[in-house]
Design a protein around this ligand. Structure first.
Ligand SMILES: Cc1ncc(C[n+]2csc(CCOP(=O)(O)OP(=O)(O)O)c2C)c(N)n1
Ligand SMILES: [Mg+2]
Length: 246
């Protein structure tokens, strides 16, 4: 401040001092918070037997999350779907939107679970990201860890499709037999489930809640172009900026 440095001042103290200065200088707080935005209208209930949508998926994952759950959301649709949800007090949320390096979350799940075995890990990861670091599934099992892994199979890089090249080949990935992957990578006792409708997801999540003695691996299917509302809006802005630069 004014050419002087003040090291190691806790943020709360700094804010108190700055508020005091602003009050004395301007005779009152210079800024008042804007009114809270009106709550969005709740979406219509999903058809239990219809296709699973991203809107339904992330809300259902937030509802499933408990106070002892550590949610880890990969930097695809999972992050954008989960970062707008409200989680219960005590729940932890791990993501890395700053670096955005895909594949981070599966080893992050391993680390978080090793650091605290009393919490249940819930990994939310896309098929493209999972193909980067999936081999650590075997290490997770070898360490006796029993997380729930929700793998979003939407045939490739959906977050990238939303920004550029919806049908470009570089957003496609090889189609894997995901349900065979845990056994192939050294987790023969994983409980492997699949869900393509809200009803199937509800059933899988009920089973996952009861099954705490082994890894639960749920492959969920969502549409190739289906994205959470936040990502839809962000992608529109990025697309517009890219077109302006062209
Ligand atoms: C190491 C690395 N490579 C590439 C990217 C660019 N990138 C960001 S998100 C993404 C695709 C993620 O796809 P997926 O995990 O399937 O998530 P989805 O959006 O389909 O749910 C890619 C390739 C990146 N962020 N980090
Ligand atoms: Mg994907």
């Amino acid at each position: 401040m004014d050419g002087k440095g003040f090291d190691e001042v806790p943020l709360a103290t700094a804010l108190d001092v700055l508020t005091d200065l602003v009050t004395r200088r301007f005779g009152g707080p210079a800024w008042t918070p804007p009114p809270a935005p009106a709550a969005p209208a709740s979406p219509p209930p999903a058809d239990p037997a219809g296709p699973l949508t991203q809107q339904h998926l992330w809300a259902a994952m937030a509802t499933w999350t408990g106070q002892d759950t550590t949610v880890i959301a990969e930097q695809g649709t999972a992050f954008f779907g989960m970062c707008t949800q409200t989680l219960p007090a005590g729940a932890k949320f791990i993501a890395q939107p700053l670096w955005g390096s895909i594949g981070y979350t599966l080893p992050a799940l391993l680390g978080a679970q090793l650091a605290d075995r009393s919490r249940r890990g819930l990994l939310l990861i896309g098929d493209g990201s999972a193909q980067m670091t999936i081999q650590e599934l075997g290490t997770i099992a070898r360490q006796g860890l029993t997380p729930v892994i929700v793998l979003v199979n939407n045939d490739g890089y959906t977050v990238e499709r939303a920004i550029h090249g919806p049908r470009a080949a570089y957003n496609d990935i090889a189609a894997w037999n995901w349900q065979a992957v845990p056994a192939a990578l050294g987790v023969p006792d994983a409980l492997v489930l699949g869900a393509a409708t809200p009803a199937e997801l509800a059933a899988a999540l009920r089973t996952a809640g009861r099954t705490t003695d082994r890894m639960v691996f749920i492959e969920v299917r969502t549409g190739m172009d289906d994205v959470p509302e936040l990502l839809h809006r962000l992608a529109q802005n990025v697309r517009a900026r890219n077109e302006g630069e062209a």
